[in-house]
Ligand binder design. Structure first.
Ligand code: 5GP
Ligand code: ZN
Length: 115
């Protein structure tokens, strides 16, 4: 937990969010500024600043984030039409919140080239 981190607060339910799924490893919630009809963020509950800070020990956690993304895509009924999973890394990668997150973006075909 990093005190100033909004995503740590969401995972601990100390800040509000439309949470769709949570277990002991990950939390999934709707993005407040969606770029498509479905825009969900999947985060590890523990604070990892970005992909750059990922450890070998985090392999299972990262795999789990993808499994949950697949599950939520099915729940949201975007799995057949298709969707994107995006991880922005660092300022040049467009990362604005420095707690690792997977964007799950889908719905009717998007114009945004990178979501
Ligand atoms: P990034 O640009 O870091 O890859 O994406 C950060 C995402 O988090 C953005 O899409 C932004 O709209 C979303 N976001 C930022 N602050 C909050 C918040 O407090 N709550 C929720 N639900 N989403 C947030
Ligand atoms: Zn955090």
């Amino acid at each position: 937990m990093v005190d100033s981190c909004i995503f740590c607060k969401i995972a601990k339910k100390e800040a509000g969010a439309a949470i769709l799924y949570q277990d002991d490893q990950v939390t999934a919630f709707r993005d407040t500024h969606p770029v498509a009809p479905t825009h969900i963020l999947i985060i590890p509950n523990k604070h990892i600043e970005s992909l750059n800070e990922l450890l070998d020990d985090d392999k299972t956690l990262i795999g789990h984030m993808f499994i949950i993304a697949r599950q939520i895509a099915a729940q949201e009924e975007i799995h057949e039409g298709g969707y994107r999973l995006i991880v922005n890394t660092g300022p040049d990668g467009g990362q604005t919140v420095f707690h690792l997150h997977l964007h799950l973006i889908g719905g009717p075909r998007m114009r945004h080239p990178l979501g």
